[in-house]
Design a protein around this ligand. Structure first.
Ligand code: SAM
Ligand code: SF4
Length: 337
């Protein structure tokens, strides 16, 4: 186990929350167009605006120096960025050397070819997003994905020893009939399953009010059929976990809508163009790309202090028929999941 000396100047915001977790969106591009995440027609960022790997590494190092112990690569789809494994290798080399953990959230489409490389670089856990086990439904939700690729990716990842948590956005009338089968499947394969409430980010391809499934309700329904034991387990993220006695597996709930967890938020998010967002559901941001390109690595440190002053108390997602517009205009692929 790595023993850490606390950093001299930890990142603490105005509400006393300690920032220890950085999510980096390495690209806004994706080979899928999931209906809850994106519109059918998306315009992606010009490549010249996107941070180079060197810039991402410099920014990551500034955070690590201030006590950030966990980094998650996300997107868009992180594994579609060209030469992404070069970045994974460089950041992976920091694990045990400033960083406790490097993880990744992926749609799994490219996982088969990268599983071994991820493991070799020091990644040990992955989140794979999968909302259904039905091939037709999968194509409808992702608008273009092939479930066979994702399942082959999961097989490959498990074969090399990567632990997997499956993320499922739970949607009423879309995949709510699959929650129990997905749980049986995931737990049967030794994977966790985490259910996520859809959040109102950007204009997308489903009716968010109709498809909204409050997970508190679902938890109570499941609790009548299964023995759910609350776990203290925290993985650095917002999920709350239960152990399901009947399946022997772990079920997580991410409830940004029905139960706001902002008081314990320890995260900030870097976009592919270097905007640091302090909250997924608010617009407060610092342009770290301009800071870095204008003032070099030294200027970054001061910008992180400025960012701490901007972190809002929380998001205020509201979703009902009287307020159906997105909480923020940007889509989830910009700030990353
Ligand atoms: N492409 C990768 C993937 O799908 O895993 C990483 C990026 S994706 C934006 C990260 C996570 O956000 C996925 O689990 C996805 O299901 C979830 N997500 C996307 N849009 C969402 C929304 N509007 N509300 C809740 N979760 C969302
Ligand atoms: Fe792509 Fe992930 Fe968004 Fe789906 S959820 S469109 S896979 S970024």
């Amino acid at each position: 186990m790595t023993v850490h000396t606390p950093p001299a100047r930890p990142l603490v915001d105005r509400y006393g929350r300690h920032i220890s977790y950085l999510r980096i969106s390495v690209t806004d591009r994706c080979d899928f167009r999931c209906v809850y995440c994106m519109a059918e027609d998306m315009t992606f960022l010009p490549k010249k605006d996107v941070l180079s790997f060197e810039e991402i590494e410099t920014i990551a190092s500034a955070f690590i120096a201030r006590g950030v112990g966990k980094i998650r690569l996300t997107g868009g789809e992180p594994l579609v960025r060209r030469d992404i494994m070069d970045l994974v290798a460089t950041l992976g080399a920091r694990v045990g050397n400033g960083l406790d953990e490097l993880t990744i959230t992926t749609n799994g489409s490219q996982l088969r070819k990268h599983a071994q490389g991820l493991f070799d670089a020091g990644v040990r856990r992955l989140n794979v997003s999968l909302d259904t086990l039905d091939a037709e439904r999968f194509r409808a939700i992702t608008r273009r994905g092939r479930i066979e690729d994702v399942l082959a990716g999961i097989d490959a990842a498990q074969a090399v020893g990567l632990a997997i948590k499956v993320n499922m956005v739970a949607m009423r009338g879309v995949n709510d009939d699959e929650i129990e089968p997905m749980m049986a499947w995931a737990h049967g394969r030794g994977m966790g399953l985490t259910l996520i409430e859809g959040m109102p980010l950007g204009e997308v391809g489903i009716d968010r009010v109709d498809s909204y499934l409050p997970l508190r309700e679902l938890h109570d329904t499941l609790a009548r059929r299964y023995t759910l034991q609350k776990l203290d387990k925290r993985t650095g993220g917002p999920a709350r976990y239960v152990h399901v006695a009947e399946t022997g597996g772990v079920l997580g709930f991410i409830t940004p809508m029905s139960h706001n967890f902002c008081e314990s938020c320890n995260r900030v998010r870097l976009t592919a163009t270097g905007q640091l967002f302090m909250c997924l559901g608010q617009d407060d941001q610092v342009n770290l790309r301009d800071v870095l390109r204008g003032g070099g690595p030294e200027a970054l440190d001061a910008a992180l202090d400025q960012a701490m002053l901007l972190k809002p108390k929380g998001h205020d997602f509201v979703l009902d028929r009287s307020r159906t517009e997105p909480a923020v205009a940007r889509h989830m692929n910009v700030t990353g999941g």
